[in-house]
Design a protein around this ligand. Structure first.
Ligand code: DGL
Length: 265
C-alpha cells in the first residue's frame, strides 16, 4: 500500500488556513498537520530576530514529531525572514508564502498596486527587494496593518467585527483619483494569509473595485510541483490541528471547509 504523505502547514494563527484550503484541494489524499503558533501571535508585532529565534527551532521540533514530507510556511511575516534559515537547518522541502508583487504588477493596468501586509512584512528588506526587482514600472504602495490579522481571527471565531474597524485598515490601499478609474489603484496584494479570511468584507468595504491577489493557489501549485499530483480522489488521511498555547480548540466543525470537509482532531 502507498504511504500517504504528511503535509505540515504552519502559521502564527488561523490565517494559514486560507493556504491549507488550496493545498488540500490539490492533494486531498495527504495527511495534514496544521500548526498555529498562537502562543506567539501576532508575529507582525515581533522583531525580526525574535521571529527567527522562535520559528526555526519550533519547526525543527515539529519535523521531529510529525515527519512531514513537506512543510508550508503559510505566513508572510515569517517567510520573508526564515526560509533560508530553515533550508540550511533541515532537509525537508519547504514552501514559503511571500508577497505576490510580481504577478500583481504584471496584471495592473493603472500601474498602481498596493501591498497590504503586517507591519513586519512591509518593513522587510525581502519585500523591498521584490518591489525593486519586479515592480515593472508600477507605483507600489506598502500598507502595514496593525490590526487586520487579529480582526480576521476575531471574525472567524464568530465575534462581530465592525465595518469601520476593517475599513480603517483598508483605506490607505486606495490611492489616486477616485473619480478616474485609469488613475487609481486597481490591484491589492493580500500579503498576509489572514486577510483572505475577510474576503467578502474587503470586497464590500473597498471604495472601488480592485483585483485582490491571494497567493494561495500558486502555493498549492508549488506543493504539487514538489510532491507530485494526488494519486487518489478520496481524503483518507485525516487532519490534525495544533495550537502552541495548548488551548483546546472549539472551532473544529467551523473549520471543516478549510480541511476539505474533514474534522481536524
Ligand atoms: N498570517 C501572517 C502573515 O501571513 C501574520 C499574522 C501575524 O501573526 O501578525 O503574515
Amino acid at each position: 500500500m502507498r504511504t500517504l504523505p504528511t503535509i505540515l502547514v504552519f502559521d502564527s494563527g488561523l490565517g494559514g488556513l486560507t493556504v491549507l484550503r488550496e493545498v488540500v484541494k490539490s492533494r486531498p489524499d495527504a495527511h495534514y498537520v496544521y500548526v498555529a503558533d498562537d502562543a506567539f501571535f501576532p508575529y507582525g508585532h515581533h522583531g525580526e530576530d525574535e521571529i527567527i529565534a522562535r520559528v526555526v527551532p519550533l519547526i525543527g521540533e515539529l519535523i521531529a514529531a510529525h515527519a512531514p514530507a513537506l512543510v508550508v510556511i503559510a505566513c508572510n511575516t515569517a517567510s520573508t525572514l526564515v526560509m533560508s534559515h530553515l533550508r540550511e537547518s533541515y532537509r525537508v522541502p519547504f514552501v514559503g508564502t511571500v508577497p505576490a508583487i510580481k504577478p500583481a504588477c504584471a496584471k495592473s493596468t493603472t500601474k498602481r498596486v498596493s501591498v497590504l501586509g503586517t507591519r513586519g512584512t512591509v518593513k522587510r528588506e525581502y519585500t523591498r527587494a521584490l518591489i525593486r526587482d519586479f515592480a515593472q514600472g508600477c507605483d507600489v504602495t506598502l500598507v502595514g496593518s496593525g490590526e487586520l490579522a487579529s480582526l480576521a481571527e476575531t471574525a472567524l471565531s464568530g465575534i462581530e467585527v465592525s465595518d469601520a474597524a476593517i475599513a480603517a485598515e483598508l483605506a490607505p490601499c486606495f490611492v489616486g483619483d477616485r473619480e478616474n478609474p485609469s488613475a487609481r489603484t486597481d490591484t491589492v496584494v493580500l500579503a498576509c494569509t489572514h486577510y483572505p479570511l475577510l474576503m467578502d468584507r474587503l470586497v464590500a468595504l473597498a471604495p472601488w473595485k480592485v483585483d485582490w491577489i491571494d497567493p494561495a493557489p500558486a502555493i498549492a501549485r508549488r506543493v504539487v510541483d514538489l510532491l507530485g499530483p494526488s494519486g487518489i480522489e478520496a481524503d483518507l488521511a485525516g487532519a490534525e490541528m495544533i495550537f502552541t498555547s495548548g488551548r483546546p480548540h472549539r472551532l473544529s466543525r467551523a473549520l471543516m471547509p478549510f480541511f476539505g470537509g474533514r474534522v481536524p482532531a
